[in-house]
Design a binder for this molecule. Structure first.
Ligand code: ACO
Length: 123
């Protein structure tokens, strides 16, 4: 979806990293075998970020690391359902999270659902 050179989420990587994966599945499709609708991976990361004034700060926010909804199912509200579930489970607000290289779709998603429009791009 983003023309990345390699997958950034895999079962083996998840075993070695302390990230959490939220999976949404449609249990009835594929003759009852189920299909994955989308997933959202988050994790805490120690980061040196620039604040609005260009000052470096050290923080350890919960980060959105990988977020994907199956191509044909995008723009049906599944991403929002997944994201809201994660927010509730982690007890965190979107404005307090960091977003790892957000795509234009993710930026539009955050603006639409959480009124997050002013980001501070990092190096
Ligand atoms: N173009 C522009 N905005 C989009 C698009 C698109 N093709 N798809 C979704 N959006 C945004 C819009 O704000 C849209 O509202 P609108 O239809 O009224 O314009 C809103 O998301 C729709 O919300 P949902 O239906 O809840 O979102 P969706 O189920 O599509 O999930 C997601 C959002 C995960 C970003 C999905 O579109 C996707 O998988 N995109 C491709 C992969 C991607 O870009 N992932 C983010 C990578 S960055 C990272 O993971 C840190």
């Amino acid at each position: 979806a983003q023309q990345l050179p390699a997958p950034i989420t895999s079962a083996s990587k998840l075993q070695s990293q302390k990230h959490q994966l939220y999976l949404m599945k449609d249990g009835e499709s594929s003759r009852g075998h189920g299909v994955v609708v989308g997933f959202l991976k988050v994790g805490y990361k120690k980061l040196f970020l620039l604040d609005r004034n260009g000052v470096h700060i050290e923080v350890e926010p919960l980060c959105v690391l990988d977020f994907y909804v199956s191509e044909l199912l995008q723009r049906h509200g599944y991403g929002l359902e997944l994201f809201n579930f994660m927010l509730q489970h982690q007890n965190v607000e979107p404005v307090l999270m960091a977003y790892d290289r957000p795509s234009n779709k993710l930026l539009a998603f955050l603006a639409k659902h959480y009124s997050l429009m002013q980001s501070v791009p990092q190096s």
